[in-house]
Each structure stands twice: as structure tokens, then as C-alpha cells.
Design a protein around this ligand. Sequence first.
Ligand code: ADE
Ligand code: ZN
Length: 325
Amino acid sequence: KATVEMLRRMPKAELHLHIEGTLEPELALRLARRNGVTLPWKDLGTLRQQYEFSNLQSFLDLYYQLMGVLRTADDFRDLMLDYLDRAAADGVRHAEIFFDPQVHMANGISLDTVMDGLIEGLRIGGERHGITGSLIVCIVRDMPVDSAEALLDRIALRVGDLVGIGLDSAEVGYPPSLFTKVFARARRMGLRVVAHAGEEGPADYVGEALDLLRAERIDHGCRAIDDETLVGRLVKARVPLTMCPLSNLRLNVVDDLRDLPIRRYLDAGVVVTVNSDDPAYFGGYIGDNYQALYDIGYTLEDLARCARASITGSFASETRQRALL
Ligand code: ADE
Ligand code: ZN
């Protein structure tokens, strides 16, 4: 238990967190009732039975369906506040938070409703916990490229409320190269760039994310280990990987946490961070992810290195980073 406390007290940033992935089943049912949204699962027991996933897609199916209960700015504010309360309890001092507006817009919710709610949540959570946060808009890669371009038209009016752009959703068959122009435009708008790559997709997609999207961080990056040259490149360019152990376990990216290449990455000098991805779906928030690595033999020194990397690998200002370290 002393160790739990030491892990918790390490100042850390969370760099890979989908706000929609913090929607706990209880809150989903409550919002469904509040908003008159019909779900196929009538009670918590039946809903909870849906959380057994075989791969990324089987998770995404549930994740996108439950997103339908999020309708108002208050819903997004409450979701953000619940997350920040939990994150602060795990020692998170700064969070860079993904959201998927294309899906909300397809549900008839405006970008402003989504962003106004999330930003209000960040403001209240910031006052409550001293935690800082910023938003990273994600491109849903299995939706048409036109829809990504249409999102950028909207984003143009609110770039000041965003720190970056990311790429998420079903990976295999949707290589980063599809979005070269979208990301070039986003960069011209002043957005920082990250991308999910090498979660289920091959090491080549990590290379594409670096070369074509100019990604400054790689989300997951598990499969980069298959390409030694690529690993060397991640080390040399100090490109952080935002790894999510419990997510990878639950989505069968690996059969066992010990099969994740984190040890090999650390030994090679890769910048590794530890994150929760979609904690309401994968059985643990960021503290649980640190704990799971500790339990299989990662040392406090290893994990302190990851925590430190999360701060220096964040998009927070130099001043804020110094204050956090
Ligand atoms: N969207 C939410 N979580 C995701 C993940 N782990 N991979 C890809 N897209 C996602
Ligand atoms: Zn993710």
C-alpha cells in the first residue's frame, strides 16, 4: 500500500485518454434516462455483460453506441468533471484529452455543444484540483475523408480552444496516408499532431504517421517493436509513445501484459508514457495502469521515468512543465 501511495504521488500527465471512454455504465444509463435515449440494455447488469471484448472493433461498437446518450453541454461537462476527479486522485496534474466530434455531429450534436461542455468541465475541474487540461480533436479514421475535411471547416472557428489533432478508431485498413492532406491543413491551423498507430496496425503505419502526418507523439505504438530501424528513429527523435497497458490487454493486442514491448522500449531509450485510453471500458484508470506494470516487475524508477516523460512529452508550456516536474 505504501507503493500505491508512491505511484499515486508521482506527478504525471495523462496524454492518451478519450473522454468518451470515461463514460461509466452507470452514467450512461443515467444520461439515457435524462435524455430519453433508448439503449438495448435496460439495466446495469445487462449492460455490464457487454464489456467483454475480442478486439478493437468489438470495443468500438459498444463505445460508439453508448456515445449516443451524450446530448447536451451539461452531459459533456459532467463527463469531464467525473474524469478529472478520478485523474486528480491518481496524481494527474495535466491531461491532454481526446474527443470524437464527427460521431457527436452525426448524432445531431453541434461542435459548440460538445466543446463548450468539455471546456466548462476543464475550467471547474481546474479550479477544484489545480489540474490543467487541453483538448485534442480526433479524426475518426473509418469515417470518410470528406467528413474529416468538414470537421476542419468547423474547427477553424475554434482552434484557440484546441491544442492538437489526433487520429483514432478502427486502424487496420485505414492507414495514416489517407489523411495526409487533412493533417497538413490542421498543422497550418496551428494544431499539434498525434496519431494512433501500431495498436492493431503494422509498424509501417507508425512510419506513415511520422513521415506523412508529422506526428509528434504516437498513441500506442505497440507494433513499432517489429521494426528495429523505426525504434531507433523513435529514440533519436525522442517521439513519445503513449502506451495503455490495460487497454492492450482487454482488446487482445497482447495475451499477457508481459508480452508488451515496454521493457524493450525502455532499454532501447524510447520515451514511454503510461495512460488509460478508455478507462470506463478497460477496468482501470491511469493509477491502475501504473499499478499493473508495477505488479509485473516494473520498478518505481521505471515508472517515475514514464511519469516524468509524460510531463516533458506533453504540449504544456515550458513554464507549466517546470512547475509540474
Ligand atoms: N477510440 C477510443 N479508443 C480507441 C483506441 N484504443 N484505439 C483506437 N480508437 C479509439
Ligand atoms: Zn486511444
